[in-house]
Design a protein around this ligand. Structure first.
Ligand SMILES: *Cc1c(COP(=O)(O)O)cnc(C)c1O
Length: 498
Protein backbone atom coordinates (compact mmCIF):
# COMPACT_ATOMS: atom_id res chain seq x y z
CA UNK A 1 0.00 0.00 0.00
CA UNK A 2 1.29 3.39 -0.81
CA UNK A 3 0.26 5.84 1.88
CA UNK A 4 0.97 8.70 -0.46
CA UNK A 5 -1.39 7.83 -3.24
CA UNK A 6 -4.30 10.12 -3.88
CA UNK A 7 -6.82 8.06 -1.94
CA UNK A 8 -5.35 8.95 1.43
CA UNK A 9 -4.95 12.60 0.59
CA UNK A 10 -8.44 13.72 1.30
CA UNK A 11 -8.94 16.64 -1.01
CA UNK A 12 -6.93 15.55 -3.99
CA UNK A 13 -4.00 17.34 -5.43
CA UNK A 14 -5.23 20.43 -7.14
CA UNK A 15 -7.52 21.79 -4.46
CA UNK A 16 -5.40 20.57 -1.54
CA UNK A 17 -2.31 22.31 -2.86
CA UNK A 18 -3.83 25.76 -3.31
CA UNK A 19 -2.38 28.48 -1.16
CA UNK A 20 -4.65 29.86 1.53
CA UNK A 21 -4.57 33.21 -0.29
CA UNK A 22 -5.92 31.58 -3.42
CA UNK A 23 -8.89 30.29 -1.44
CA UNK A 24 -9.83 33.82 -0.38
CA UNK A 25 -13.35 35.11 -1.21
CA UNK A 26 -14.27 38.70 -0.42
CA UNK A 27 -16.35 39.02 2.72
CA UNK A 28 -16.18 35.37 3.77
CA UNK A 29 -15.74 34.95 7.53
CA UNK A 30 -14.63 32.13 9.79
CA UNK A 31 -16.38 33.60 12.82
CA UNK A 32 -18.95 36.22 13.79
CA UNK A 33 -19.11 38.25 16.97
CA UNK A 34 -22.32 39.81 18.23
CA UNK A 35 -22.40 43.52 18.90
CA UNK A 36 -20.63 44.50 22.10
CA UNK A 37 -22.91 44.95 25.10
CA UNK A 38 -20.19 46.59 27.19
CA UNK A 39 -20.99 50.24 27.74
CA UNK A 40 -18.52 53.08 27.81
CA UNK A 41 -16.03 51.60 25.31
CA UNK A 42 -14.39 54.01 22.95
CA UNK A 43 -13.18 53.30 19.45
CA UNK A 44 -9.42 53.18 19.01
CA UNK A 45 -7.86 56.57 18.24
CA UNK A 46 -7.32 57.11 14.55
CA UNK A 47 -3.55 57.23 14.81
CA UNK A 48 -3.51 53.59 16.01
CA UNK A 49 -5.65 52.36 13.16
CA UNK A 50 -4.39 50.94 9.89
CA UNK A 51 -4.95 53.12 6.87
CA UNK A 52 -5.53 50.13 4.64
CA UNK A 53 -6.92 46.72 5.44
CA UNK A 54 -4.47 43.93 6.24
CA UNK A 55 -4.46 41.62 3.25
CA UNK A 56 -5.49 38.52 5.13
CA UNK A 57 -7.38 35.83 3.28
CA UNK A 58 -11.11 35.57 4.02
CA UNK A 59 -12.29 32.01 4.47
CA UNK A 60 -14.95 30.05 6.27
CA UNK A 61 -13.97 28.18 9.40
CA UNK A 62 -14.27 24.84 7.62
CA UNK A 63 -11.99 26.01 4.82
CA UNK A 64 -9.35 27.03 7.35
CA UNK A 65 -9.57 23.74 9.24
CA UNK A 66 -9.32 21.75 6.00
CA UNK A 67 -6.45 23.84 4.72
CA UNK A 68 -4.26 23.19 7.74
CA UNK A 69 -5.36 19.60 8.24
CA UNK A 70 -4.49 18.79 4.65
CA UNK A 71 -1.17 20.58 4.93
CA UNK A 72 -0.36 18.52 8.03
CA UNK A 73 -1.06 15.36 6.02
CA UNK A 74 1.73 16.27 3.62
CA UNK A 75 4.17 15.81 6.47
CA UNK A 76 6.40 12.81 6.54
CA UNK A 77 6.83 11.40 10.02
CA UNK A 78 8.04 8.37 11.95
CA UNK A 79 4.48 8.07 13.16
CA UNK A 80 3.42 7.17 9.64
CA UNK A 81 6.38 5.69 7.78
CA UNK A 82 9.88 4.21 7.86
CA UNK A 83 12.59 6.84 8.15
CA UNK A 84 16.08 5.41 7.50
CA UNK A 85 17.86 8.76 7.26
CA UNK A 86 21.48 7.95 8.07
CA UNK A 87 23.52 9.91 10.61
CA UNK A 88 20.69 12.01 11.93
CA UNK A 89 17.71 9.79 12.03
CA UNK A 90 14.86 9.74 14.45
CA UNK A 91 15.50 6.86 16.74
CA UNK A 92 13.12 5.46 19.29
CA UNK A 93 10.70 8.22 20.18
CA UNK A 94 8.24 6.63 22.56
CA UNK A 95 5.04 8.46 23.39
CA UNK A 96 5.21 8.04 27.16
CA UNK A 97 8.10 10.49 27.37
CA UNK A 98 5.97 13.10 25.60
CA UNK A 99 3.24 12.61 28.18
CA UNK A 100 5.69 13.08 31.04
CA UNK A 101 7.10 16.23 29.49
CA UNK A 102 3.55 17.56 29.34
CA UNK A 103 2.87 17.13 33.08
CA UNK A 104 1.56 20.43 34.37
CA UNK A 105 4.10 20.56 37.20
CA UNK A 106 6.91 20.66 34.65
CA UNK A 107 5.18 22.42 31.82
CA UNK A 108 3.97 25.44 33.77
CA UNK A 109 7.16 26.15 35.72
CA UNK A 110 8.59 29.60 35.25
CA UNK A 111 12.35 29.62 34.74
CA UNK A 112 12.71 32.47 37.23
CA UNK A 113 11.01 30.72 40.13
CA UNK A 114 13.14 31.16 43.25
CA UNK A 115 15.23 28.08 43.83
CA UNK A 116 14.44 27.42 47.46
CA UNK A 117 12.20 29.69 49.48
CA UNK A 118 8.46 29.99 48.95
CA UNK A 119 7.58 29.10 45.37
CA UNK A 120 11.09 27.70 45.07
CA UNK A 121 9.96 24.38 46.40
CA UNK A 122 8.07 24.13 43.12
CA UNK A 123 11.38 24.10 41.27
CA UNK A 124 13.07 21.47 43.43
CA UNK A 125 11.69 18.54 41.46
CA UNK A 126 12.90 19.96 38.18
CA UNK A 127 16.32 20.76 39.60
CA UNK A 128 16.49 17.18 40.82
CA UNK A 129 15.66 15.93 37.31
CA UNK A 130 18.55 17.99 35.94
CA UNK A 131 20.92 16.87 38.67
CA UNK A 132 20.06 13.21 38.23
CA UNK A 133 20.20 13.46 34.43
CA UNK A 134 23.76 14.74 34.63
CA UNK A 135 24.68 11.83 36.87
CA UNK A 136 23.06 9.26 34.57
CA UNK A 137 24.73 10.62 31.44
CA UNK A 138 28.07 10.69 33.26
CA UNK A 139 27.58 7.05 34.20
CA UNK A 140 26.59 6.03 30.66
CA UNK A 141 29.59 7.77 29.07
CA UNK A 142 32.20 7.34 31.81
CA UNK A 143 32.76 11.07 32.17
CA UNK A 144 33.23 13.03 35.42
CA UNK A 145 30.57 15.71 34.95
CA UNK A 146 28.07 17.08 32.45
CA UNK A 147 26.51 20.33 31.41
CA UNK A 148 23.01 20.00 30.05
CA UNK A 149 22.81 23.48 28.61
CA UNK A 150 23.82 23.18 24.94
CA UNK A 151 20.76 23.39 22.73
CA UNK A 152 21.88 21.15 19.87
CA UNK A 153 24.63 18.77 18.86
CA UNK A 154 26.63 21.44 17.08
CA UNK A 155 26.13 23.77 20.05
CA UNK A 156 27.52 21.02 22.28
CA UNK A 157 30.53 20.73 20.00
CA UNK A 158 31.17 24.46 20.20
CA UNK A 159 30.86 24.30 24.00
CA UNK A 160 33.24 21.34 24.08
CA UNK A 161 35.84 23.07 21.94
CA UNK A 162 35.52 26.20 24.10
CA UNK A 163 36.21 24.03 27.14
CA UNK A 164 39.28 22.64 25.43
CA UNK A 165 40.47 26.16 24.62
CA UNK A 166 39.90 27.26 28.24
CA UNK A 167 41.90 24.27 29.46
CA UNK A 168 44.91 25.01 27.27
CA UNK A 169 44.77 28.69 28.08
CA UNK A 170 44.76 27.86 31.77
CA UNK A 171 47.90 25.80 31.18
CA UNK A 172 49.46 28.90 29.66
CA UNK A 173 49.52 27.34 26.20
CA UNK A 174 48.28 28.57 22.89
CA UNK A 175 47.49 25.74 20.58
CA UNK A 176 46.40 26.41 17.04
CA UNK A 177 45.02 23.24 15.50
CA UNK A 178 42.25 20.73 15.83
CA UNK A 179 42.58 17.44 13.98
CA UNK A 180 39.47 16.07 12.31
CA UNK A 181 39.29 13.02 10.03
CA UNK A 182 37.52 13.49 6.70
CA UNK A 183 34.95 10.90 7.78
CA UNK A 184 33.71 13.15 10.59
CA UNK A 185 30.34 14.83 10.73
CA UNK A 186 30.48 18.22 9.00
CA UNK A 187 29.70 20.08 12.18
CA UNK A 188 33.04 18.97 13.72
CA UNK A 189 35.36 21.07 11.54
CA UNK A 190 32.80 23.92 11.63
CA UNK A 191 32.68 23.97 15.42
CA UNK A 192 36.47 23.90 15.63
CA UNK A 193 36.71 26.79 13.16
CA UNK A 194 34.03 28.86 14.90
CA UNK A 195 35.92 28.42 18.18
CA UNK A 196 38.97 29.94 16.49
CA UNK A 197 41.04 26.89 15.60
CA UNK A 198 42.61 25.91 12.31
CA UNK A 199 41.45 22.50 11.14
CA UNK A 200 43.78 19.74 9.98
CA UNK A 201 41.91 17.10 8.02
CA UNK A 202 43.16 13.50 8.02
CA UNK A 203 42.12 11.29 5.09
CA UNK A 204 40.39 7.93 5.46
CA UNK A 205 42.31 4.85 4.43
CA UNK A 206 40.98 2.06 2.20
CA UNK A 207 39.94 0.21 5.37
CA UNK A 208 37.51 2.98 6.39
CA UNK A 209 39.69 4.11 9.31
CA UNK A 210 41.54 7.38 9.74
CA UNK A 211 44.98 7.06 8.10
CA UNK A 212 47.22 6.50 11.11
CA UNK A 213 50.46 7.48 9.39
CA UNK A 214 49.01 10.81 8.27
CA UNK A 215 47.63 11.32 11.76
CA UNK A 216 51.04 10.77 13.35
CA UNK A 217 52.59 13.22 10.91
CA UNK A 218 50.08 15.96 11.73
CA UNK A 219 50.10 15.46 15.47
CA UNK A 220 52.35 17.77 17.49
CA UNK A 221 52.25 20.09 20.48
CA UNK A 222 50.38 22.76 18.52
CA UNK A 223 47.34 20.49 18.32
CA UNK A 224 44.68 21.38 20.89
CA UNK A 225 42.43 18.41 20.29
CA UNK A 226 41.46 15.52 18.06
CA UNK A 227 37.74 15.38 17.28
CA UNK A 228 36.39 11.99 16.33
CA UNK A 229 32.88 11.19 15.23
CA UNK A 230 32.30 7.75 16.73
CA UNK A 231 31.31 5.66 14.93
CA UNK A 232 32.49 7.69 11.95
CA UNK A 233 30.10 8.70 9.21
CA UNK A 234 30.78 5.45 7.38
CA UNK A 235 29.16 3.73 10.36
CA UNK A 236 32.51 2.25 11.34
CA UNK A 237 34.04 2.18 14.80
CA UNK A 238 37.81 2.52 14.79
CA UNK A 239 39.41 -0.42 16.64
CA UNK A 240 42.64 1.56 17.05
CA UNK A 241 40.95 4.25 19.06
CA UNK A 242 43.04 3.63 22.18
CA UNK A 243 46.22 4.11 20.19
CA UNK A 244 44.84 7.33 18.72
CA UNK A 245 43.91 8.74 22.13
CA UNK A 246 47.27 7.75 23.66
CA UNK A 247 49.19 9.45 20.84
CA UNK A 248 47.14 12.63 21.32
CA UNK A 249 47.63 12.67 25.08
CA UNK A 250 51.37 12.17 24.62
CA UNK A 251 51.59 15.59 22.94
CA UNK A 252 49.18 17.20 25.41
CA UNK A 253 46.21 17.29 23.02
CA UNK A 254 42.73 16.46 24.29
CA UNK A 255 40.32 13.94 22.76
CA UNK A 256 36.80 14.90 21.67
CA UNK A 257 34.11 12.27 21.14
CA UNK A 258 31.16 13.20 18.93
CA UNK A 259 28.57 10.94 20.51
CA UNK A 260 25.51 12.24 18.69
CA UNK A 261 24.68 8.67 17.73
CA UNK A 262 25.38 6.99 21.02
CA UNK A 263 22.82 4.30 20.18
CA UNK A 264 25.68 2.58 18.34
CA UNK A 265 27.69 1.82 21.48
CA UNK A 266 25.54 2.60 24.49
CA UNK A 267 26.29 0.22 27.35
CA UNK A 268 28.98 -1.51 25.30
CA UNK A 269 31.83 0.93 25.69
CA UNK A 270 32.24 4.29 27.39
CA UNK A 271 34.13 7.20 25.83
CA UNK A 272 35.59 8.06 29.25
CA UNK A 273 37.11 4.59 29.59
CA UNK A 274 38.95 4.81 26.26
CA UNK A 275 40.57 8.13 27.00
CA UNK A 276 38.18 10.81 25.77
CA UNK A 277 38.20 14.14 27.58
CA UNK A 278 35.06 15.66 26.09
CA UNK A 279 31.91 14.05 24.69
CA UNK A 280 28.68 15.50 23.45
CA UNK A 281 25.44 13.57 23.04
CA UNK A 282 22.38 14.36 21.01
CA UNK A 283 19.45 13.73 23.31
CA UNK A 284 17.33 14.48 20.23
CA UNK A 285 18.63 11.43 18.45
CA UNK A 286 19.55 8.76 20.94
CA UNK A 287 17.39 9.69 23.91
CA UNK A 288 13.74 9.92 22.94
CA UNK A 289 13.27 13.33 21.35
CA UNK A 290 12.70 13.29 17.58
CA UNK A 291 15.43 14.76 15.45
CA UNK A 292 14.51 16.14 12.10
CA UNK A 293 11.93 18.75 12.90
CA UNK A 294 14.49 21.49 13.40
CA UNK A 295 14.31 21.39 17.15
CA UNK A 296 14.15 21.72 20.02
CA UNK A 297 17.18 19.62 20.82
CA UNK A 298 19.76 19.17 23.52
CA UNK A 299 23.48 18.48 23.17
CA UNK A 300 24.79 17.89 26.69
CA UNK A 301 28.57 17.87 27.08
CA UNK A 302 30.46 15.57 29.40
CA UNK A 303 34.04 16.11 30.47
CA UNK A 304 36.87 14.32 32.21
CA UNK A 305 38.11 15.51 35.59
CA UNK A 306 40.62 18.03 34.31
CA UNK A 307 37.93 20.00 32.48
CA UNK A 308 35.19 20.10 35.12
CA UNK A 309 36.12 23.53 36.48
CA UNK A 310 35.62 25.10 33.04
CA UNK A 311 32.04 23.89 32.54
CA UNK A 312 29.46 26.58 31.81
CA UNK A 313 27.48 28.16 34.63
CA UNK A 314 25.14 27.58 36.23
CA UNK A 315 26.00 24.18 37.69
CA UNK A 316 23.40 22.22 39.60
CA UNK A 317 24.41 21.14 43.07
CA UNK A 318 22.91 19.02 45.79
CA UNK A 319 23.35 20.61 49.17
CA UNK A 320 23.98 18.99 52.53
CA UNK A 321 20.26 19.30 53.39
CA UNK A 322 19.39 17.35 50.19
CA UNK A 323 17.94 20.39 48.41
CA UNK A 324 19.09 21.33 44.93
CA UNK A 325 20.36 24.70 43.83
CA UNK A 326 22.08 26.51 40.99
CA UNK A 327 25.67 27.39 41.67
CA UNK A 328 27.42 30.24 39.89
CA UNK A 329 30.66 30.29 41.83
CA UNK A 330 33.02 28.85 39.23
CA UNK A 331 35.69 31.45 38.46
CA UNK A 332 37.26 29.39 35.67
CA UNK A 333 33.96 28.63 33.95
CA UNK A 334 33.62 29.53 30.27
CA UNK A 335 30.46 31.37 31.37
CA UNK A 336 26.96 31.23 29.94
CA UNK A 337 26.28 29.37 26.75
CA UNK A 338 22.48 29.17 26.96
CA UNK A 339 19.74 30.86 28.93
CA UNK A 340 18.46 29.10 32.05
CA UNK A 341 18.81 25.31 32.00
CA UNK A 342 18.96 24.34 28.34
CA UNK A 343 15.92 22.70 26.77
CA UNK A 344 14.40 21.30 29.91
CA UNK A 345 11.63 19.32 28.20
CA UNK A 346 14.14 17.44 26.06
CA UNK A 347 16.30 16.64 29.08
CA UNK A 348 13.26 15.48 31.01
CA UNK A 349 12.29 13.09 28.20
CA UNK A 350 15.81 11.65 28.13
CA UNK A 351 15.69 11.19 31.91
CA UNK A 352 12.37 9.34 31.74
CA UNK A 353 13.62 7.22 28.83
CA UNK A 354 16.82 6.20 30.61
CA UNK A 355 14.97 5.29 33.80
CA UNK A 356 12.33 3.33 31.90
CA UNK A 357 14.81 1.30 29.87
CA UNK A 358 17.36 0.82 32.62
CA UNK A 359 20.83 -0.54 32.03
CA UNK A 360 19.69 -3.70 30.25
CA UNK A 361 17.29 -1.76 28.04
CA UNK A 362 19.94 0.72 26.93
CA UNK A 363 22.30 -2.11 26.04
CA UNK A 364 19.51 -3.72 24.00
CA UNK A 365 19.04 -0.45 22.12
CA UNK A 366 22.65 -0.56 20.96
CA UNK A 367 22.52 -4.24 20.11
CA UNK A 368 19.38 -3.94 18.01
CA UNK A 369 20.48 -0.71 16.31
CA UNK A 370 23.68 -2.45 15.19
CA UNK A 371 21.94 -5.70 14.29
CA UNK A 372 19.35 -3.92 12.15
CA UNK A 373 22.00 -1.94 10.25
CA UNK A 374 24.06 -5.05 9.60
CA UNK A 375 20.98 -6.92 8.45
CA UNK A 376 20.26 -4.19 5.86
CA UNK A 377 23.90 -4.16 4.82
CA UNK A 378 24.08 -7.94 4.41
CA UNK A 379 20.87 -8.20 2.38
CA UNK A 380 21.66 -5.25 0.11
CA UNK A 381 25.35 -5.65 -0.59
CA UNK A 382 24.74 -7.96 -3.51
CA UNK A 383 22.74 -5.18 -5.22
CA UNK A 384 24.65 -2.02 -4.30
CA UNK A 385 28.37 -1.32 -4.07
CA UNK A 386 29.63 -1.37 -0.50
CA UNK A 387 32.84 0.67 -0.50
CA UNK A 388 33.86 -0.35 3.02
CA UNK A 389 32.82 -3.94 3.44
CA UNK A 390 32.99 -4.67 7.15
CA UNK A 391 30.71 -5.00 10.14
CA UNK A 392 29.00 -1.66 10.58
CA UNK A 393 27.61 -0.02 13.66
CA UNK A 394 24.26 1.80 13.67
CA UNK A 395 24.29 2.64 9.97
CA UNK A 396 25.63 1.35 6.67
CA UNK A 397 26.85 3.33 3.68
CA UNK A 398 26.35 2.07 0.13
CA UNK A 399 27.27 3.65 -3.16
CA UNK A 400 24.94 3.86 -6.14
CA UNK A 401 27.92 3.94 -8.53
CA UNK A 402 26.79 0.74 -10.27
CA UNK A 403 23.30 2.20 -10.85
CA UNK A 404 24.76 5.57 -11.87
CA UNK A 405 26.34 3.89 -14.92
CA UNK A 406 22.77 3.43 -16.17
CA UNK A 407 21.87 7.00 -15.33
CA UNK A 408 20.21 6.20 -12.01
CA UNK A 409 21.88 8.34 -9.37
CA UNK A 410 21.51 8.42 -5.60
CA UNK A 411 19.09 11.32 -6.01
CA UNK A 412 16.85 9.27 -8.35
CA UNK A 413 16.79 6.41 -5.88
CA UNK A 414 15.81 8.83 -3.13
CA UNK A 415 12.96 10.24 -5.24
CA UNK A 416 11.69 6.79 -6.12
CA UNK A 417 11.70 5.79 -2.45
CA UNK A 418 9.57 8.83 -1.63
CA UNK A 419 7.04 7.59 -4.16
CA UNK A 420 7.03 4.21 -2.42
CA UNK A 421 6.27 5.73 0.98
CA UNK A 422 9.78 5.79 2.44
CA UNK A 423 11.82 8.66 3.69
CA UNK A 424 15.01 8.43 1.65
CA UNK A 425 18.31 7.57 3.26
CA UNK A 426 20.88 10.35 3.52
CA UNK A 427 22.40 10.80 0.06
CA UNK A 428 25.73 12.22 -1.15
CA UNK A 429 27.04 12.09 2.43
CA UNK A 430 29.60 11.21 3.62
CA UNK A 431 31.41 13.13 0.91
CA UNK A 432 34.17 10.53 0.73
CA UNK A 433 31.75 8.02 -0.83
CA UNK A 434 30.63 8.64 -4.40
CA UNK A 435 26.86 8.42 -4.88
CA UNK A 436 26.52 7.72 -1.17
CA UNK A 437 23.38 6.14 0.26
CA UNK A 438 23.60 6.22 4.03
CA UNK A 439 21.02 4.01 5.69
CA UNK A 440 20.21 4.01 9.38
CA UNK A 441 17.34 1.66 10.10
CA UNK A 442 17.35 2.41 13.89
CA UNK A 443 16.69 0.06 16.76
CA UNK A 444 12.95 0.53 16.62
CA UNK A 445 11.94 -1.10 13.37
CA UNK A 446 10.60 -4.63 13.06
CA UNK A 447 12.16 -7.18 10.73
CA UNK A 448 9.05 -6.91 8.54
CA UNK A 449 9.54 -3.14 8.05
CA UNK A 450 13.21 -3.67 7.25
CA UNK A 451 12.37 -6.43 4.77
CA UNK A 452 9.79 -4.26 3.01
CA UNK A 453 12.33 -1.48 2.64
CA UNK A 454 15.09 -3.82 1.51
CA UNK A 455 12.78 -5.43 -1.06
CA UNK A 456 12.01 -1.98 -2.43
CA UNK A 457 15.73 -1.18 -2.64
CA UNK A 458 16.30 -4.46 -4.52
CA UNK A 459 13.46 -3.61 -6.88
CA UNK A 460 15.09 -0.24 -7.55
CA UNK A 461 18.40 -1.94 -8.32
CA UNK A 462 16.60 -4.16 -10.83
CA UNK A 463 14.79 -1.22 -12.41
CA UNK A 464 18.08 0.64 -12.67
CA UNK A 465 19.39 -2.25 -14.71
CA UNK A 466 16.37 -2.95 -16.91
CA UNK A 467 14.16 0.09 -16.93
CA UNK A 468 16.02 3.09 -15.53
CA UNK A 469 13.58 5.75 -16.72
CA UNK A 470 10.96 4.50 -14.25
CA UNK A 471 13.32 5.51 -11.46
CA UNK A 472 14.61 8.72 -12.98
CA UNK A 473 11.07 10.07 -13.49
CA UNK A 474 10.04 9.57 -9.89
CA UNK A 475 8.26 10.85 -7.93
CA UNK A 476 5.00 10.53 -9.83
CA UNK A 477 2.63 10.16 -6.87
CA UNK A 478 3.69 13.25 -4.97
CA UNK A 479 1.90 16.60 -5.10
CA UNK A 480 5.24 18.11 -6.14
CA UNK A 481 7.18 16.33 -8.88
CA UNK A 482 10.79 16.85 -9.89
CA UNK A 483 12.03 20.32 -9.22
CA UNK A 484 14.65 22.22 -11.08
CA UNK A 485 16.82 21.98 -7.98
CA UNK A 486 19.29 24.64 -9.02
CA UNK A 487 16.59 27.15 -9.84
CA UNK A 488 14.70 26.28 -6.67
CA UNK A 489 17.81 27.14 -4.68
CA UNK A 490 18.89 30.20 -6.66
CA UNK A 491 15.51 31.76 -7.38
CA UNK A 492 13.18 30.38 -4.74
CA UNK A 493 9.56 31.33 -5.36
CA UNK A 494 8.35 31.71 -1.80
CA UNK A 495 6.09 34.73 -1.86
CA UNK A 496 2.49 34.90 -2.84
CA UNK A 497 1.69 37.88 -5.01
CA UNK A 498 -1.85 38.99 -5.65
C1 LIG B 1 23.42 15.20 14.07
C2 LIG B 1 24.85 15.16 14.33
C3 LIG B 1 25.52 16.32 14.78
C4 LIG B 1 24.88 17.68 14.91
O1 LIG B 1 23.77 17.72 15.74
P1 LIG B 1 22.70 18.92 15.60
O2 LIG B 1 21.81 18.77 16.79
O3 LIG B 1 22.00 18.70 14.31
O4 LIG B 1 23.46 20.21 15.64
C5 LIG B 1 26.86 16.20 15.06
N1 LIG B 1 27.52 15.04 14.88
C6 LIG B 1 26.90 13.92 14.43
C7 LIG B 1 27.68 12.66 14.26
C8 LIG B 1 25.55 13.94 14.13
O5 LIG B 1 24.95 12.84 13.65
Amino acid sequence: MNPFDGSSRATGKSRGMKLIFEKHRDGRRGFSYGLSDVSGTKPLAGKYCRATEARLPCLSELDVVRHYTNLSRLNFSVDTNFYPLGSCTMKYNPKFTERIAAFEGFLQLHPLLPQLSGGGMLAQGSLEVLYESEKLLAEITGMSAFTLQPLAGAHGELTGVMLIAAYHKDQGLRRKYIIVPDSSHGTNPSSAAIAGYKVKVIPTGADGYMDLEQYKKQLNNEVAAVMLTCPNTLGIFNPKIKEITDLAHNVGALMYYDGANLNAIMGKCRPGDIGFDVVHLNLHKTFATPHGGGGPGAGPVGVSKKLVEFLPISRIIRRADATFALDYNHPKSIGYIAPFYGNFGVILKAYAYILALGKEGLIKVAEIAVLNANYCQARLKEYYDLPFDKTCMHECVFSASRQAKNGVHALDIAKYLIDQGYHPPTIYFPLIVKEALMIEPTETESKESLDDFIDTMIKIAELAKNNPSVVTQAPLNMPIKRLDEVRAARQPDLRWKP
